[in-house]
Design a protein around this ligand. Sequence first.
Ligand code: FES
Ligand code: FES
Length: 168
Amino acid sequence: MSTDSTDGTDGPVTEEITVTVNGEPVTAAVEPRLKLSDFLRYECDLNGVRVGCEHGVCGACTVQQDGRTVKSCLSYAVQADGAEIETVEGLDDDGSLHPIQEAFHETHALQCGFCTSGFVMATKELLEENPDPTREEIETGLADNICRCTGYQNIYEAVEHAAEKMEE
Ligand code: FES
Ligand code: FES
């Protein structure tokens, strides 16, 4: 439902949405122009959602929406009303890192780390669809994500390592 500002004066129109974020329902009144990435960062305090290019090129803002990766800078929060969103913060299991996170750590697949949560979320979808990808399939699967630091080799090794871990 759309509403005017709460004081009755002309103000931003807001829409009440409820989104399940990392398993918890979040209800908020948001402006229709609020990006999903900004909703996650500023309404949900999930700073693992990184905002780089803001136009769908770098992949730093990648999250899963209803089990599929999306670039959260390219959609609006109101479009996620009723959806389930998973961010990198939702991957840990009672404080233990997810095998993909462990693999990125163990293979030194990051330097500044800005891109890492996006790569981890993209890797999650890749390995869900293809648990034993070839190097070429990994390169293709992560082609929507950009890293300015690592030169990619350690990232590809991290995905291979994660695949081994998840098979165990
Ligand atoms: S910030 Fe969304 S793709 Fe770059
Ligand atoms: S580790 Fe710095 S951009 Fe990827």
